[in-house]
Design a protein around this ligand. Structure first.
Ligand SMILES: Nc1ncnc2c1ncn2[C@@H]1O[C@H](COP(=O)(O)OP(=O)(O)OP(=O)(O)O)[C@@H](O)[C@H]1O
Length: 353
């Protein structure tokens, strides 16, 4: 792209709070006491429901909003305290892409990508060369002179990505960048972001309400609810051993493993009296993901299990599996202890009488 290879910068939220005052004078706490370190060069996802505070977190990283309390450091620089030239310098280091692309309809692909360079006062000849490079990087050589209205959603987002990269940022912020795209186009845009992250080493912080996006691209994830981070860690760890109910509910939509309706309809939270079956979720991860544990359970303890649903997925290059089982409730504790001893995680979902 140019002679300088951009390097990532870390983003550190230190006990950050953001309160908005509404027109009627009441206040809303959008972000509340958030501490989070986004590693330099990593792809980190912030996931949360609508109104959880995701956009506010992102907008504080490039100085579009200032925190009410705490600090945000980008590459060690305090964004909230920066003014004038210092703030402009931080903004050059932080590129952003948007759900609805935010392209100028009156400018061509090349013209849109050139815009931040024109604003930064880069000489024309240099702009031309850099724009050509960026267009090539995002695979739009044939569309260079087209206008946004003549592009598909995926192509528009590629323009957005190229424009965000124009000033060679250290950080790329992504605000639901694939939410308006179909699943196939989403995959190609996520792949482009991964390639950029690997080749340029820049830090990517993305917000999303889809766990599938986190699974497909992010090495780290933070779950936000009501302005607070309720869980954070490596994506693999959070997927295989989610701690918070909100995380679990996001995951239930993405693992593709749900109880068959006929079982769900009969299930009780508490164990009924008399003979019954315990319904279990078993999570396999890392080196245990492909172990034949259920066969071993039957062989070693003589406990038979019914498989209700299951899937093995990959996060990065690591496999993890989710199985829903039922077995004689009297044998439940023994079976769970056996599986846990062999490195699997178990969770009792309920009982069928
Ligand atoms: N400028 C503002 N003035 C008043 N309230 C605001 C403002 N910006 C955000 N809020 C409020 O702060 C809370 C968090 O909003 P935010 O947009 O950060 O959530 P979000 O997780 O990004 O949601 P969405 O996915 O719907 O965009 C919400 O209650 C929202 O109404």
């Amino acid at each position: 792209m140019s002679d300088r290879k951009p390097q990532g910068a870390s983003i550190v939220f230190q006990t950050v709070g953001k309160t908005f005052t509404k027109p009627d004078g009441s206040s809303v706490s959008a972000v509340d006491d958030v501490s989070l370190t986004v590693e330099s060069g990593a792809i980190t996802g912030i996931i949360g429901r609508s109104g959880a505070g995701k956009s506010t977190m992102l907008r504080m990283v490039n100085g579009l909003e200032r925190p009410t309390s705490g600090q945000i450091l980008v590459g060690g620089q305090d964004v909230g305290a920066a003014q004038g030239a210092a703030l402009r310098a931080i903004r050059r280091d932080v590129g952003m892409i948007f759900q609805h692309f935010n392209l100028l309809a009156s400018r061509t692909v090349a013209g849109n990508i050139a815009l931040p360079l024109e604003v930064a006062g880069v000489p024309k000849a240099k702009i031309r060369a850099r724009v050509a490079d960026l267009i090539h990087r995002v695979g739009l050589d044939a569309q260079s002179d087209r206008y946004p209205a003549e592009l598909s959603g995926g192509q528009k987002q590629r323009v957005g990505i190229a424009r965000a990269l124009a000033t060679e940022p250290k950080v790329l912020l992504s605000d639901e960048a694939t939410s308006a795209l179909d699943p196939e186009t989403t995959q190609t845009v996520l792949q482009l972001l991964k390639d950029i992250n690997r080749e340029l080493g820049l830090t990517i912080l993305l917000i999303t309400h889809e766990m599938a996006v986190v699974r497909d691209i992010a090495s780290h994830v933070a779950v936000i609810e009501g302005g607070k981070i309720v869980e954070a860690g490596k994506t693999y760890d959070v997927f295989t051993a989610p701690q918070h109910p909100t995380t679990r509910s996001f995951l239930s939509g993405v693992t593709g493993v749900t109880l068959p309706a006929f079982i769900k309809g009969q299930m009780h939270d508490d164990r009924p009296s008399g003979p019954c079956e315990e319904v279990l979720r078993v999570t396999f991860s890392g080196k245990h993901a492909t172990d034949p544990m259920l066969a071993l359970l039957t062989r070693d303890l003589g406990i038979a299990v019914n498989i209700l649903a299951g899937a093995v997925e990959e996060i990065g290059t690591q496999p993890f599996g989710n199985l829903l089982l039922s077995l004689d409730a009297d044998k439940g504790a023994e079976a769970r202890a056996y599986l846990e001893r062999h490195g699997l995680l178990t969770e009792v979902l309920g009982y069928v009488g």
